[in-house]
Design a protein. Structure first.
Length: 363
């Protein structure tokens, strides 16, 4: 008996999602490096590696430390890092495993050069290329050239590749626009690699990734690695992107705790169990705050800290106080971070409990 709220993962659906992305990587002759920030579970990271992934990506040093402690030996921190405390932690990892990080400015290079001064091997870095998400990353070719030159002058840093994240594809108005935006982003990333090669850098890795673009579009020639994350568990946003919620492997089990009106139903999974995130535009738009699994598009109307509320007369008449329902979260990445463990299930039966060991590891 599982108490609620609880995070569930359907093993069969998860494995189908994983094998589908592995097949896409193999067909395109690129490496799959799944982004583990989605699930934050070393056990799922090892599963990906056992099925054919060539390493994992994470977002924070704290995640990398936990993954390394649990046997993961090839990790890319797909993010910029600043601060000597963090770089000293990175140096300790660098002595034990194969680890790379993202950079987009001289400030990061200077801190690496200072902290890694007495290491036997330089730290490998990938330059992030800004491709349209309006987040971090190098934008202008002039700045890319200058950063490439700066790295060449350093002893403790070596440039291994480039990476980008076409996260703006989430806001594409349709699948065709998603494909178009991804194509531009991929070409921009490949072009950045080619520019750096003309400077004498040996660019081995050209890494791209976002789940909706990889589910819809092709992978540009010159890309060597893909880094999707959400694909393995999926959520309402990703299901909306492909108009298919049957691929959603993760749900939050919740109990009906009240039916106070002819239409209102109250669940015990609120913002602390589901988050209060939603997406308001593009192919990943999420209406409401979660979807009842196997329902006729029944959505949560709102969430409080400890309660979720929905208004649907038919659904209200079909359930009773004490019944349990599964809610597909709008965004699975922050949802996983709310739980100490997930229940792996097959055909409605719990197979095992999987600890979310990277929960809260945001430093």
């Amino acid at each position: 008996m599982i108490d609620t709220p609880a995070l569930l993962i359907d093993q069969n659906i998860m494995m189908q999602n994983l094998r589908s992305m592995i097949n896409k990587a193999e067909e395109n002759k690129v490496n799959l490096r799944p982004h583990a920030k989605t699930h934050r579970m070393p056990e799922l990271a090892r599963l990906c590696l056992n099925e054919g992934a060539k390493g994992i990506a994470v977002a924070k040093i704290g995640e990398a430390e936990v993954m390394a402690e649990n046997g993961i030996k090839d990790i890319f921190i797909a993010n910029e890092i600043i601060g000597e405390i963090k770089y000293n932690r990175l140096k300790a990892l660098h002595d034990k495993i194969e680890i790379r990080i993202g950079v987009d400015g001289k400030e990061q290079i200077d801190q690496i050069e200072k902290v890694f001064v007495n290491t036997s091997k330089p730290l490998e870095v990938l330059i992030e290329i800004e491709v349209g998400e309006n987040r971090s990353g190098v934008i202008e070719d002039e700045d890319l050239f200058e950063l490439g030159q700066y790295i060449l002058s350093k002893k403790n840093v070596v440039l291994k590749g480039v990476f980008s994240h076409e996260g703006h594809c989430y806001k594409a108005s349709c699948a065709e626009e998603c494909i178009r935006l991804a194509r531009i982003a991929h070409r921009r990333t490949v072009a950045a690699a080619e520019l750096l090669r003309t400077m004498g850098h040996k660019i081995d890795i050209v890494s791209i990734g976002s789940t909706p673009s990889l589910m819809h579009g092709e992978i540009a020639e010159g890309v060597t690695e893909i880094r999707p994350g959400t694909f393995i568990l999926m959520d309402v946003g990703q299901g909306s992107a492909i108009s298919d919620f049957s691929k959603c492997a993760a749900t939050v089990l919740s109990s009906v705790i009240s039916r106070p009106t002819a239409e209102r139903v109250v669940l015990d999974a609120g913002a602390k169990a589901l988050t209060s995130q939603n997406r308001t535009e593009g192919i990943c738009t999420t209406y409401g705050y979660g979807m009842i699994k196997n329902s006729n598009n029944v959505r949560l109307s709102g969430v409080f800290d400890e309660h979720a509320v929905l208004y649907n007369r038919g659904f209200r008449e079909a359930i009773a106080v004490g019944d349990k329902v599964e809610v597909i979260p709008n965004h699975i990445c922050p949802t996983c971070n709310l739980y100490e463990k997930a229940y792996l299930v097959t055909d409605g039966k719990v197979i095992k409990e999987i600890p979310v060991l990277c929960r809260g590891k945001s430093q």
